[in-house]
Design a protein around this ligand. Structure first.
Ligand code: 13P
Length: 252
């Protein structure tokens, strides 16, 4: 049985007061959500404050990125994975399409960040997903395969327990144009096949694959009915506690 994960990626939103208020509002709204893991990813500067205020709750905190470097040193502006762990994060997002598109993230850097995050004891949510032109050109699967193989290179079977994949088609992010449950299912099944080939059928069966891209309270239930969909990575709809709780509590 794969326990679903519903994660909110706050991206570059919210100052300290708003972050704390949202986290505290969310806490009671999802307190009974034992059917899934609940995660929020605030910006670096509020991570520790938010994690402290959520201590003892069922809401976990994630970083949105980390350095490729594990060893502390002269890397101005970088944040090491163990620093995020130290600040209270237990998960981390790596390879988000916004980082790939606008900040020079490559499969190679995703692979190094993944290794650094695993070494720091974090659960990794590795994002993959094709752009619209790639889908229209019939290349969606080959793009996703390349991102998976690049990002997961060097991983061993024992690392896989701490890897979660998030399929986020770029054309569905922030556009209001969600992939249909069938489109998402098709790619999730493909991701699972790639894992089975690359690792083992057991590892592939255990892998949690999240969908991201315009997930809202009114489309989550249809997505979650798909057999290979194990949760969601939510952007815009995670910024407001009640809306995000409506996604987390999709079952009730
Ligand atoms: P939206 O939910 O705003 O489309 O963003 C998805 C996303 O990028 C989550 O990481």
């Amino acid at each position: 049985m794969r326990k679903p994960v519903i994660a909110g990626n706050w991206k570059m939103h919210k100052l300290i007061a708003d972050s704390v208020a949202t986290a505290l509002a969310l806490k009671p709204l999802v307190a009974n959500a034992s059917h899934c893991e609940v995660v929020i990813a605030p910006v670096f500067t509020v991570l520790k404050t938010v994690a402290d205020r959520l201590e003892g709750s069922n809401v976990r905190v994630a970083g949105q990125d980390c350095s490729t470097e594990s060893k502390h040193g002269a890397h101005t502006g970088e944040v090491a994975a163990d620093m995020l762990r130290d600040a209270g994060a237990t998960y981390i997002i790596v390879g988000h399409s916004e980082r790939r598109q606008f900040y020079g993230e490559t499969d190679e850097s995703v692979q190094r960040k993944t290794a650094a995050a695993l070494a720091a004891g974090l659960m990794v949510i590795m994002c993959v997903g094709e752009m619209l032109e790639q889908r229209e050109g019939g290349n969606a699967e080959s793009v996703v395969r390349g991102q998976l193989e690049g990002g997961l290179r060097e991983l061993t079977a024992s690392d896989l327990e701490r890897i979660i994949v998030a399929y986020e088609p770029v054309w569905a992010i922030g556009t209001g144009r969600t992939a249909t449950p069938e489109q998402a299912q098709e790619m999730h099944a493909f991701v699972r096949r790639v894992f089975a080939e690359r690792f083992s059928p057991q590892a592939s069966d255990a892998l949690r694959i999240l969908y991201g891209g315009s997930v809202k309270p009114d489309n989550i239930a249809g997505l979650m009915k798909q057999p290979d969909l194990d949760g969601a990575l939510v952007g815009g709809a995670s910024l407001e506690a009640e809306t995000f709780a409506g996604i987390v509590n999709y079952k009730s």
